[in-house]
Design a protein around this ligand. Structure first.
Ligand SMILES: Nc1ncnc2c1ncn2[C@@H]1O[C@H](COP(=O)(O)OP(=O)(O)O)[C@@H](O)[C@H]1O
Ligand SMILES: [Mg+2]
Length: 296
């Protein structure tokens, strides 16, 4: 049962922390790579990027689960014209198990619905965050990718879920306000963990040349003032097919496979797979993840 599992993990973490050698005593490895799609400013295109990227990866034969973590204002099910009988609130209240709330999405992806208009989910305490993460980690066993679509900003929920991911995708537009907020978010993330792998995606780009220039600028500032490296995962052009698809409640990559935004997403998918294949990151065990996440 989920409560038992959380308790067990806590015990494992405690034991690992107090282990004299300082090395993990359990080797429960995760299979799926977790990506968190996040942003400083709201409305920059996280959900659209998360949904369409999930489909792009599924088309490459990957098993993908999208987790709607814009808690309280989740809307992936609405965006995709899906009916979600249960959501994360049912999981939190102990009425359902994680497997029971997952629904089938388009093109073979799976979705964990977040639930909308649920204030109980907006300010989770540490044990609730831990409980959710424990459940999400369960999903890593039979997936290749888990994609967290988070809320915007630097709330404790967002930061903790984002840092639980193997890779972070910070979405921003070219507007100075969005870039400033992206920087603020990266500052908080880097202060909490030096291990975070941050990737940038510029969205609603008017000219691809600019996207590269914007990245170079933010890369230099982040390196100088935050002392971390960030990675350019690509850009998505500003394209009317995005809002047309939203109105039809379909992913743009499905509805308009050859539009410029779909091409951008396919490029990002390719880049992500390339990076995932070449990156020799040390696979962290569940224990290591939990220890670092809940030690602040
Ligand atoms: N590449 C794009 N081109 C044109 N419009 C876009 C693009 N990406 C997002 N949008 C617009 O921005 C709005 C917000 O996108 P959404 O994915 O819901 O953002 P977030 O999840 O960050 O709040 C969408 O409703 C859509 O109209
Ligand atoms: Mg969103």
């Amino acid at each position: 049962m989920h409560i038992d599992q959380a308790a067990r993990l806590r015990e494992i973490v405690k034991a690992a922390n107090s282990s004299k050698m300082g090395s993990p005593i359990v080797t429960e490895e995760m299979h799926a790579k977790i990506y968190a799609v996040t942003s400083g400013k709201g409305g920059v295109g996280k959900t659209n990027i998360a949904v369409n990227l999930a489909i792009a990866l599924a088309r490459k034969g990957k098993k993908v689960t999208l987790v709607d973590l814009d808690l309280g204002l989740a809307n992936i099910d609405i965006m995709l014209k899906l009916t979600a009988p249960y959501n994360l609130e049912h999981l939190m209240l102990g009425h359902k198990e994680i497997e029971d709330i997952v629904i089938k999405g388009p093109e073979g992806i799976s979705i964990v619905p977040g639930g909308s208009g649920l204030p109980s989910l907006t300010a989770l305490n540490i044990s609730q965050q831990e409980f959710f993460l424990n459940n999400f980690y369960k999903l890593t066993k039979n997936n290749d990718f888990l994609i967290f679509d988070t809320a915007a900003g630097i709330s404790d929920n967002v930061i903790r879920f984002t840092l639980a991911a193997d890779e972070i995708i910070v979405v921003t537009t070219e507007e100075p306000t969005a870039i400033t907020d992206a920087y603020a978010l990266m500052k908080v993330l880097s202060l909490r963990s030096k291990e975070s792998n941050i990737n940038i995606v510029f969205n609603m780009i008017k000219s691809p040349h600019d996207a590269h220039r914007y990245f170079e600028k933010i890369h230099a500032v982040v390196k100088q003032f935050l002392g971390i490296e960030i990675y350019n995962l690509g850009y998505v052009v500003h394209d009317p097919c995005v809002s047309k698809a939203i109105m039809r409640r379909e992913p743009f990559i499905t509805q308009y496979p050859f539009c410029a935004a779909s091409k951008s997403i396919k490029e990002i998918g390719k880049e992500l797979l390339l990076k995932a294949a070449h990156k020799t990151t040390l696979k962290r065990t569940l224990v290591q993840k939990f220890s670092s996440l809940f030690s602040w």
